[in-house]
Unconditional design. Structure first.
Length: 73
C-alpha cells in the first residue's frame, strides 16, 4: 500500500511539474516498500506451509475442540 502511495505521489509530482523523479526519493521508496511487501507475504506463506507440515507430521488435527456445546456432535 505504501509503495502504491509513493508511486502515485511521484507521478503526481512529475505531471504537475513540481519535481522530477531524480529530485525526490520516491522511486527508491517505491521499490523498497514493494520489495518489503513481497518479502513479508513470502514469509507468511512459508510459515503457513511449515506449520501445516509440522502438524501433519505430528499427527495432530489442525484444530481441537475441547468441549462441545451439547448440540449433538
Amino acid at each position: 500500500m505504501a509503495a502504491l502511495l509513493a508511486f502515485a505521489l511521484g507521478l503526481f509530482y512529475k505531471f504537475t511539474g513540481q519535481a522530477t523523479f531524480i529530485e525526490t526519493p520516491l522511486p527508491l521508496l517505491t521499490a523498497l516498500f514493494f520489495l518489503s511487501g513481497v518479502l513479508l507475504v513470502s514469509l507468511g506463506i512459508i510459515a503457513e506451509i511449515l506449520i501445516r507440515v509440522y502438524r501433519l507430521q505430528a499427527g495432530r488435527e489442525f484444530y481441537q475442540v475441547e468441549r462441545g456445546n451439547g448440540s449433538g456432535d
